[in-house]
Structures are given as C-alpha cells and as structure tokens.
Design a protein around this ligand. Structure first.
Ligand code: CIZ
Length: 311
C-alpha cells in the first residue's frame, strides 16, 4: 500500500463503489472499530449478516466469524482481511476428535459455542454465543443430557448458572486463560473502589472474585448502567475502546496477564487485521470465505436454531 494513500478515505470509497459493509468484532484494534459500519459480538455480527443488503461483507474478526457470515448469507461475497486469523478455542476442537466424542454419547443434545469451525457447527444441534448461552441452555428440556463444547470455562460457568450438569469438551481460549489472578487482586488493592468484570471464558477462580461476569456485549452494557467509576476488565483489551467511547469519564483498566512483559491481553489472531489489509481485501475482493454447500447447510441448521431463540 502506497504511503500517500489515505487508507480511511480509500476504504470508504471502495465500500461505496462495491456496496460493501465492514463488520468488526469488539476485539479489533481501535482504528478498525472506528471505520466499521457495524461493531458487535459474534451474535450481533451474525444477526447483522442475516439482514444486510450489502453485496460484500468484510468481516474484521477471526476466521470462524467470516464462516458464520457465509453460512448465513451464501449469496454475499464474504471477505476476511487475513486467512491466518484463526482462533485458539476453535482449534482446540478438531472435527475427528469431536465426532468420536459425540459417538460415545449418542443420547446427548450437542450445544456448541460459536467459536468453532463450520465442521463442528455441522455436528451440533444448536450454536450459542456467550450472550445467549444461558438462555439457550435454559430452553432445553430439563431432563436433557447435554454436551457443551469447546470452552470448558464457559461450560462450567453455564452449568453453575443453569444448574445443569453438561458434559464438557476440554477446550479453552488462550487469551482468557492467561489472566493473572494475583495481578488482578493486587490491582484491586490499589483501586479498592474498582469492580472486577470478567468474561465467562476466564478460569473459575477469577470468575469467583468478579463483581460481574458476562459476554462483551453484556460487559459493555454493565459499565454503562453501573454507578461505579473504575473497572478492572478481564477480557480481550479491544473492548476497552467501546467502553471508553460510551463512558468517557470512567476508568477502564485492562486486567494483567500472567506474563508481565506485556501490559494487556491482546488476541494476536484478532490483531492480525490492519487497515492496509482491509484496503487490499476490499480492492482485490480477496481472500474470500468459501464453503462446500452440503457443509454449509448442515452448519446452518444449528445457527438458525440459535437465531430463532435469540431474536
Ligand atoms: O461471542 C463473541 O463475540 C466473543 C468471542 C466474545 C463475546 O463475549 O462477545
């Protein structure tokens, strides 16, 4: 990309010319969030993908989010800025191993978190996000046997708030698992008025000391509605941008990771996306997300069930 190019203007021009829309996840960099037409968690992005009238969806997030958009909107061209932007949680649930696990428990309803590949969604009865996981599990018959995957921390948390005893797949998100409980409690000593707020993908000891647990959308809503002025935020640091924009006079402190050489918890996959990659992706309409139709249709069923319960 030429240095003279004003990327923000050029991206806006390409979007207009091509009837494209940019959807960005809360974990994207501030500059990407600032040029997005729509910012949200994966539930909101999926809902938006289902109703957009754009011809092209550029999904600034990680690969499974682009796949979800393509599953829902097959007639649209779905672009992602970097095909290497994967997800440690999705990778912790390979299809062959998950299929073998399901075969051992054929009488279970299969509930999977949206952070999975299309292959895993195709093996699932219903998909959930962290925003709607409790409501969807609550909607299942009380005596149902349930498998929940791939996030063991979210699964444990949903078990605790629903009173279920779901069988959990042993996966996790590397970003949410690396927060330092010690470092967070130290911060709490320095800022005794601050509240600790955490994403349910964090480990249980951290959730137990948190004042509020919720998805990115729920955390954002919570900080806007609360009278508290200072928050220690235990999720990927990208969400702090929208929190600060919504509440400019409040203080948001990113929860420290175990590795003290880096100040906050960034997801290196989310952060692979850049403005220049977005420009090139829109210009060349590549890379695209492509899915085999039979796989897409199988995955669609479990996403449609989720959207029907969430809408
Ligand atoms: O579901 C999502 O978008 C993720 C990955 C986190 C959240 O809670 O929003």
């Amino acid at each position: 990309v030429s240095k003279d190019l004003n990327l923000v203007d050029e991206i806006a021009r390409l979007k207009r010319e091509k009837n494209a829309v940019i959807m960005a996840h809360y974990y994207q960099t501030n500059e990407i969030q600032d040029i997005a037409d729509f910012i949200g968690d994966s539930l909101a992005l999926a809902q938006q993908a289902a109703k957009t009238s754009a011809d092209i969806i550029l999904l600034a997030g990680v690969h499974f989010m682009g796949e979800t958009a393509k599953i829902i909107s097959p007639s649209k061209k779905v672009l992602v800025p970097d095909l290497n932007a994967g997800c440690s949680l999705a990778d912790s649930c390979p299809r062959d191993m998950f299929e073998t696990f399901l075969k051992k428990h054929p009488d279970h309803i299969v509930v999977t978190y949206v952070n999975t590949s299309a292959e895993i969604k195709a093996l699932s009865d219903v998909v959930v996000t962290s925003t709607n996981a409790k409501a969807i599990v609550d909607s299942l018959p009380k005596d149902a046997k349930i498998i929940f995957g791939p996030d063991r921390n979210l699964g444990n948390y949903i078990n605790s708030v629903t009173g279920r005893d779901m069988l959990l797949w042993d996966g996790a998100c590397h970003v949410h698992e690396k927060f330092s409980l010690e470092g967070i409690l130290q911060l709490k000593k320095e800022f005794p008025q601050a509240q600790i707020i955490a994403h349910p993908e964090c480990k249980k000891p951290l959730l137990l000391v948190s004042d509020f647990v919720g998805s990115t959308a729920a955390l954002l809503k919570y900080v806007s509605q609360s009278d508290v002025q200072t928050f220690i935020v235990a999720t990927e640091s990208g969400i702090l941008h929208q929190m600060q924009l919504a509440q400019p006079h409040k203080t948001f402190i990113p929860a420290p990771p175990v590795d003290s050489t880096c100040g906050c918890n960034d997801c290196e996959f989310m952060k692979l996306n850049t403005l220049s990659k977005i420009y090139n992706t829109l210009k060349f309409e590549w890379p695209t997300i492509e899915l085999e139709e039979s796989l897409r249709l199988k995955a669609l069923g479990s996403i449609e069930k989720m959207l029907a319960i969430s809408n």
